[in-house]
Write a protein that binds this ligand. Structure first.
Ligand SMILES: [Mn+2]
Length: 307
């Protein structure tokens, strides 16, 4: 299956009109899912007892080769056919040499497996550039260099897609998936329900936090502005507060380039997964995590996939 997809992508990228059609159909699928969700629209509630496990994939940033390596290593086709769920934590584009290819890979996977694939939004998947500072954002330039005016068209459709990507997913009261982190400003409010805490449908500040926040182990920090220039750093006390209010066991996120491909914070209740390799980080491993949705009782190294 992966070989077929790679072959299909190699042939697609030579034909910009077909790229456009493929991305348009991804947009349609995402729109359908968006319409079928209750509010908050950007929050996916994973159906209980439906999936055996969730395979979590972190930042890709155009490194499709490593993604394919991870997916073939775990035999993703078998996993999906057996009722597994693939959860992408966002950041598909910018930096790597196969950015459009990664978008097409997501499009083709979604077309084939629909409900078994969740594609969350990263901070690089932004609709309007004035909203979040993102560096680098070389995706539009690469498209223009390869396709000229049609590249601009592809970028325009991509931005429509970005806006339809959900920003968080939850599994019952146990697992939260998102790109950056839990929003500190709503966690510290009186809300005790996921749907309120993670509701960023009409609140750009909350969206910025979900896409950009990073955990810190600094005991003196409750929360503080982030050196990234967007979002906050959040300390363990905030995680404790969120867990107390919601009953969540683990927060699974991406966003940070980590040397070992994964990282644990706040007593192993915040798990970072990073799934790409190469420049500019040259991390030792790219990771994925096989999360047992039904029987999750804490992070286990045995469920890590490292390439
Ligand atoms: Mn990111």
């Amino acid at each position: 299956m992966l070989r077929d997809l790679e072959r299909e992508i190699t042939s697609l990228v030579k034909k910009p009109r077909e790229v456009i059609l493929e991305l348009m159909s991804l947009k349609e699928v995402l729109m359908e899912e968006h319409m079928s969700r209750k509010r908050p629209k950007g929050l996916v509630e994973i159906e209980p007892h439906k999936y055996r496990e969730a395979i979590v994939i972190g930042d890709i940033h155009g490194d499709l080769d490593t993604l394919v390596q991870i997916l073939s290593y775990i035999d993703v086709e078998k996993i999906l056919k057996d009722g597994g769920l693939l959860v992408f934590l966002g950041d598909y584009i910018d930096r790597g040499d196969k950015q459009l290819e990664t978008m097409l890979f997501i499009a083709l996977l979604k077309k084939r497996y629909r409900g078994n694939v969740i594609t969350l939004r990263g901070n690089h998947e932004i609709k309007s550039l004035d909203f979040l500072p993102v560096h680098p954002h070389d995706y539009p330039e690469i498209l223009r260099a390869i396709y000229g005016g049609e590249g601009d068209e592809i970028y325009g459709i991509s931005r429509g897609i970005f806006d339809l990507l959900p920003y968080a997913a939850i599994y019952r009261d146990t697992v939260v998936f998102l790109h950056g982190g839990i929003p500190v400003l709503s966690t510290t409010s009186y809300w005790s329900d996921f749907r309120c805490i993670l509701d960023a449908d009409h609140d750009k500040r909350t969206l910025e936090e979900i896409l950009c926040n990073d955990p810190t182990e600094d005991p003196d920090i409750g929360y503080a502005s982030s050196p990234r220039g967007a979002g906050f750093l959040w300390g363990e006390a905030i995680t404790n507060e969120f867990i107390k209010k919601t009953g969540v066991k683990i927060i699974v996120r991406g966003h940070e380039a980590v040397r070992e491909g994964y990282k644990l914070n706040h007593g192993a209740r915040v798990l970072t997964i990073f799934s790409r390799k190469g420049a500019p980080y040259y991390n030792a491993y790219a990771a994925a995590y096989r999360l047992d949705l039904e029987g999750f009782s804490g992070f286990s190294k045995e469920h890590l996939v490292l390439v």
